[in-house]
Design a protein around this ligand. Structure first.
Ligand code: ZN
Length: 244
């Protein structure tokens, strides 16, 4: 059984279109999207179409819910707010309805999928540090919880004695007696200093779990050009090249 887990596309069709053939080459059984299909980037509608085509399951991100009005944009910073308002005007009513009806979590095969946190998915809290992760382990029962949201790949673990740690590995064989919270990074706006698109692959073979983080370079210049041409905030173009 092979899963591909993608997150935080953020309207970046250049990144998504570059990654899709690589995902398809992996021949996954299931493709799961952890949300934030839209917001920030200049191609929200194109990204929605693609994700709806390829993903078996999609859970909602805060930008998805902000654009359709499920989540208030009051707490969004001015740049994110501008991008939400622009996105609203640049997708169809049918697409807004699609976003509105996305679930907040999905669970299958002892794996939980959620955009932000298992404790309260719609609080849109972040798991950035090991301390954040430790608290969250008690809010799900599955072996693995996949998350996005911070755009920073990381693997947090809890052993049977409730001891915790973090890996920033590109490949990890998961232990049978450990539980994990795994952030798969972002396709369309990485923030870990590496501007390449990121996504995760989980292979389950006879009870063995192997996780891999993939990085894929794409045409950042083209995505930046579109952002500027559409009058979106300049910083949104700049940050793509910095991976910040
Ligand atoms: Zn995001």
């Amino acid at each position: 059984m092979k899963y591909v887990i993608i997150s935080d596309i953020h309207g970046n069709i250049e990144a998504l279109n570059t990654v899709i053939p690589i995902i398809e080459g992996e021949k996954p059984d299931r493709i799961i999207c952890l949300g934030d299909i839209v917001g920030y980037g200049a191609s929200p509608s194109d990204c929605l179409k693609k994700i709806r085509e390829i993903a078996d399951i999609v859970v909602a991100g805060n930008h998805d819910f902000a654009v359709c009005g499920n989540t208030s944009i009051e707490y969004f910073n001015p740049i994110a707010k501008d991008a939400v308002l622009w996105t609203r005007k640049n997708i169809s009513q049918e697409e807004i309805d699609y976003l509105r009806n996305l679930p907040l979590t999905h669970s299958e095969n002892n794996i939980l999928f959620v955009h932000s946190v298992p404790s309260e998915p719609q609080s849109w809290e972040y798991i950035s540090t090991l301390g954040d992760a430790i608290e969250e382990f008690s809010f799900f029962t599955e072996k693995i919880c996949f998350i996005g949201h911070s755009h920073q790949p990381a693997i947090f673990y809890e052993d049977r004695m409730k001891r915790h740690g973090i890996y920033i590995n590109e490949r990890l064989e998961l232990r049978e007696d450990y539980r994990y919270i795994i952030n798969v990074g972002s396709i369309g706006q990485p923030r870990d200093g590496d501007p390449r698109a990121a996504f995760g692959i989980l292979e389950i073979d006879k009870g063995n779990f192997i996780f891999q983080l993939k990085r894929v370079p794409y045409n950042i210049g083209k995505a930046q050009e579109k952002i500027l041409k559409n009058g979106l905030p300049e910083f949104l173009a700049m940050r793509l090249a910095m991976g910040k």
